[in-house]
Design a protein around this ligand. Structure first.
Ligand SMILES: Nc1ccn([C@@H]2O[C@H](COP(=O)(O)OP(=O)(O)OP(=O)(O)O)[C@@H](O)[C@H]2O)c(=O)n1
Ligand SMILES: C[C@](O)(CO)[C@H](O)COP(=O)(O)O
Length: 237
């Protein structure tokens, strides 16, 4: 499956992985990206946040094969295309969408989780401003603010095994923005090693490159647990 593109080289394409099942947020109503938040499906909030940025030329939404919900929700929305190319992991879904996107090596790709509907416009603009002149690209992230504990393994009631230093630690968010050529090369490298990194920066790091860390926002929370919906409802409502 190939996404149609009239983008000249150097343009910016967003890829939204939306093929997860949302096991940690499960409430029996299906994948979390379709659950309403303030009356609108999570995925629609996420796509709107990306479309509000004029430098994004098009948004490719990667859904599981056979999933018709995204296509129904986004039918007729300009600059949006739904691709039934989702895979077994987030990495597979993004890699499949990138392969289908038909991009030139120096086109930019901005990958953003469907599960982060609260992306603020200023954080997205700051990421693009920082990455466009950069040779590597980068990601939104937040410096770790809390004391970090490591728990012991296999315990019914987890107990602290160690307190770790939080110095220099950041929590990765999305979007993550890289040139299509660099990201394809990075994905090929990790695939050859039999790895499936949990974010795009992790793949780029495997090439020895050092992505930029651009300060994100708490509002850009990844909706993961049932209680995250309550907070996101307040932010988006
Ligand atoms: N095979 C997969 C798994 C995840 N994702 C997407 O990757 C993003 C981040 O993943 P996560 O929040 O972990 O979502 P789920 O995998 O759906 O959640 P869970 O791990 O709780 O099942 C989500 O937008 C999700 O839809 C995807 O496109 N393809
Ligand atoms: C990419 C990501 O949002 C960065 O924090 C995160 O890793 C995705 O979540 P997953 O649970 O690893 O799919």
């Amino acid at each position: 499956m190939q996404a149609t593109s009239d983008s000249p080289s150097g343009r910016l394409t967003a890829i939204v992985p939306a093929a997860g099942v949302g096991a940690r947020a499960a409430d029996g109503t299906g994948p979390k990206q379709y659950r309403p938040i303030a009356g609108t499906a999570m995925l629609v909030h996420t796509v709107r946040a990306l479309l509000a940025e004029p430098r994004i030329d098009r948004v490719l939404v990667a859904v599981a094969p056979g999933d018709a919900q995204a296509a129904n929700l986004l039918a007729g929305v300009a600059r949006v295309q739904v691709l039934a190319c989702g895979g077994a992991t987030r990495y597979d879904s993004v890699a499949n969408a990138l392969a289908a996107a038909g991009l030139a090596g120096d086109d930019w790709v901005l990958v953003h989780d469907a599960a982060r509907p609260g992306l603020p416009a200023d954080a997205l603009a700051a990421l693009i401003d920082a990455c466009l002149p950069d040779p590597v690209g980068g990601l939104l992230a937040l410096p770790v603010a809390d004391t970090v504990k490591r728990a012991g393994e296999g315990e019914a009631a987890p107990r602290v095994e160690a307190t770790l230093s939080r110095e220099h630690l950041w929590q990765a968010q999305t979007p993550q923005m890289f040139r299509a050529g660099l990201l394809s090369e990075a994905f090929a490298r990790v695939r050859a090693r039999g790895e499936a990194p949990t974010d795009e920066a992790g793949a780029v790091e495997a090439l020895g490159a050092r992505p930029l860390l651009v300060r994100g926002s708490f509002a850009n929370l990844k909706v993961t647990w049932p209680q995250d919906f309550i907070w996101m409802e307040k932010w988006l409502g």
